[in-house]
Design a protein around this ligand. Structure first.
Ligand SMILES: *[C@@H]1O[C@H](CO)[C@@H](O)[C@H](O)[C@H]1NC(C)=O
Length: 227
């Protein structure tokens, strides 16, 4: 009996060791893109970056390590803080594709810093700082969200669209069903706010979401405001 217990314990230990030895402290990523029009037309408003109004396109919010059980790790390594020197060659692309709209106006680097320190450090065994930001930029062009929606007749023109049609349009383009999050404009009308797509732990391959977020659920139809 004792040796059986020992065998079982050894087996459990080996399994735990084997999975941690892979070095993944998370199961997959949410890649989250934000519609700037829906960030700016709320009652709190927004501030354009110091370098000017961002393009009328989805912006990156973040690339977030997540667990299959729905929870997520955060602030994983205070010893590996954001260092803009490591991503100098990406700064102009980040300014365009990952702009901060929060107030007061900024050069957006504090947004990137927050995202790296809170989320990026939890995937540092797979992606270093340059790799993390590069992966997010690659995912933005890979998903091509705005042109995808436009090709299905879904445009940021202030019109109303159904959740079913928005999800189907994105699935047609990327092969996987996204999570669509809504917020409310200053008149309390629901609008398309953020789109979550799921990515494998390498940060490159789009996958079916193992679990969907629950915050900011959309009603059956909502507005896609202009920007
Ligand atoms: C979810 O899974 C992670 C990793 O396996 C674990 O550390 C965490 O405690 C789990 N959280 C919940 C709420 O089950």
């Amino acid at each position: 009996m004792k040796s059986l217990t020992l065998l079982v314990l050894t087996h459990i230990f080996l399994l735990a060791f084997a999975s941690s030895a892979q070095g993944y402290a998370y199961d997959f990523f949410y890649f989250v893109q934000q519609w700037p029009g829906s960030y700016c037309d709320t009652s709190s408003g927004c501030c354009y970056p110091t370098y000017g109004k961002p393009p009328s396109d989805f912006g990156i919010h973040g690339l977030w390590p997540n667990y299959n059980n729905g929870s997520y790790p955060a602030n994983c390594d205070p010893n590996n803080p954001f260092a803009i020197s490591q991503i100098q060659d990406l700064v102009s692309s980040l300014q365009t594709n990952w702009p901060s709209l929060s107030c007061p106006s900024s050069d957006s680097s504090s947004f990137w810093q927050h995202e790296w320190d809170k989320h990026g450090t939890c995937s540092e065994t797979v992606l270093n700082q340059h790799g993390y930001f590069q992966a997010a930029l690659n995912l933005k062009s890979k998903t091509g969200l705005l042109s995808c929606l436009k090709s299905a007749g879904i445009s940021p023109n202030g019109g109303s669209y159904t959740l079913t049609n928005v999800k189907a349009a994105i699935k047609t383009c990327i092969g996987h069903t996204p999570y669509v999050e809504c917020n409310k404009d200053a008149s309390s009308r629901y609008q398309l706010y953020q789109v979550y797509t799921c990515v494998d732990h390498s940060g490159t391959t789009l996958i079916d979401c193992p679990v969907f977020p629950t915050s900011g659920a959309c009603p059956t139809s909502f507005i896609f405001p202009s920007f």
